[in-house]
Design a protein around this ligand. Structure first.
Ligand code: PCA
Length: 217
């Protein structure tokens, strides 16, 4: 048992505002829902981040300071995917295919000058993917979070987590919902069910070690 095992765990869930002219961003909608409805096994706190290279990670750091969470699950939209995709690794690269919501478009840039090339998730992504599969929810472990704002936040999140022993953190990309047009397979309800499973799975493994995002058994 660790020292924190007897308190109600605090889970910080983050998502993003809409970007690239889209009317909504399901990752931000999920944060609002989870804050409103809560979770039986933990206290949910949340933050909807701007799609901004300059501002997002600072706001995330402030939310971590304010709430002192046990777990941080950062969410973002990956519109072309057809599954819930827990990310395994963030890379030290900002190479934006489009401008962010502030008009910034870094190209071929390091996120942290001289920082490690990659940082691995602290979430048990294999266990999360198995639990989603078992619940009939399409999921895939992803080996790239891209090189836009989501990867930028994920990379800095893992830097912050390294400085806070006991904090488990990582990133999950979610696919599009019908509000975004096209013919997506997921409703917001289904995504919410999936993220609840990700939270429950992470909580249930609190005494296990998620080495490089793998499962220990
Ligand atoms: N998805 C973008 C940034 C914000 C979001 O929800 C990304 O994948 O980088």
């Amino acid at each position: 048992m660790n020292a924190r095992a007897d308190h109600e765990p605090v889970v910080l869930v983050t998502g993003f505002e809409p970007f690239a002219g889209a009317p909504v961003n399901p990752s931000g909608e999920l944060v609002r829902r989870l804050i409103e409805l809560g979770h039986p096994d933990c206290r949910i706190v949340g933050e909807v981040l701007p799609v901004s290279f300059d501002r997002a990670a600072g706001l995330l750091a402030a939310a971590i300071e304010a709430h002192n969470p046990d777990i941080v699950i950062a969410l973002g939209l990956a519109e072309s995917r057809h599954a819930i995709t827990p990310e395994r690794v963030a890379i030290n690269l900002a190479d934006a295919p489009i401008a962010d919501n502030d008009g910034d478009q870094p190209r071929d840039a390091e996120i942290e000058h001289g920082g490690p090339a990659a940082r691995f998730t602290g979430l048990p992504v294999k266990a999360i993917a198995h639990a989603l599969d078992a619940a009939g929810i399409p999921s895939d472990i992803s080996l790239t979070a891209g090189s836009y704002v989501c990867n930028h936040v994920f990379y800095q999140l893992m830097g912050l987590a390294a400085a806070r022993p006991g904090l488990r953190a990582g990133f999950i990309h979610v696919p599009a919902t019908p509000q975004l047009g096209g013919s997506p397979q997921f409703t917001l309800d289904e995504l919410e069910r999936g993220i609840r499973i990700a939270i429950t799975t992470t909580l249930s493994m609190r005494d296990d070690v998620a080495h490089l995002g793998g499962s220990t058994h």
